[in-house]
Design a protein around this ligand. Sequence first.
Ligand code: PAN
Ligand code: ZN
Length: 199
Amino acid sequence: MVNIKIPFTFDVIQGDPMGLSQYDSHITRRLSAMKGMYLDEHAFAALAATSDPLLYEFYEISRPAVTGELLHGLSIVHPGKVGDEYYMTKGHFHTILETAEFYYCLRGQGVMVMETPEGVWAVESLQPNRALYVPPRWAHRSVNTGSGQDLVFLFVYPGNAGHDYGSIEVQGFRKLVVERNGKPEIIDNPRWLSPKDRS
Ligand code: PAN
Ligand code: ZN
């Protein structure tokens, strides 16, 4: 771990996969960690029966979980699909809802799917050298829509933000990103319920 009281630098390693010259944790999420999150349960089961592919991974530099600090790191979403739904992160709200996040895309093609607790939604594209600002209150999930290339981005968010996966794990986002005729398309998630219809 870096000395948390003095300034420091680190480098993005331009390999394949990309990485960081220093980090405190490396978290990997395989298919088995995403049970119930993909619409096509048969495709999920078929893939799970043959292998447990690595869908995404992220490197974090630890900072104290307090206001004023900024947590940051590098995420890599690998290319692939479960049925016709692209590999994606779980996605989450921040536990402290009123905390934002900044992303900077370094490699690949993808989208960020976002929504508020009220069900307002947005999808923005990610491509190298594009920055994305996720305002406070918006849940966010990154999706790799590229073929054969990792989607890689840096992220920065307040140290006290925390992660709330709750409602996303139960019903997902309002919109899904699937491949149709070789291209990404945004479709309604049939399992999504508006806040007033949830029990
Ligand atoms: C990112 C994400 C990271 C993995 O650091 O945590 O890309 O996504 P999930 O946490 O949804 O599995 C971030 O948004 N942090 O707040
Ligand atoms: Zn976040």
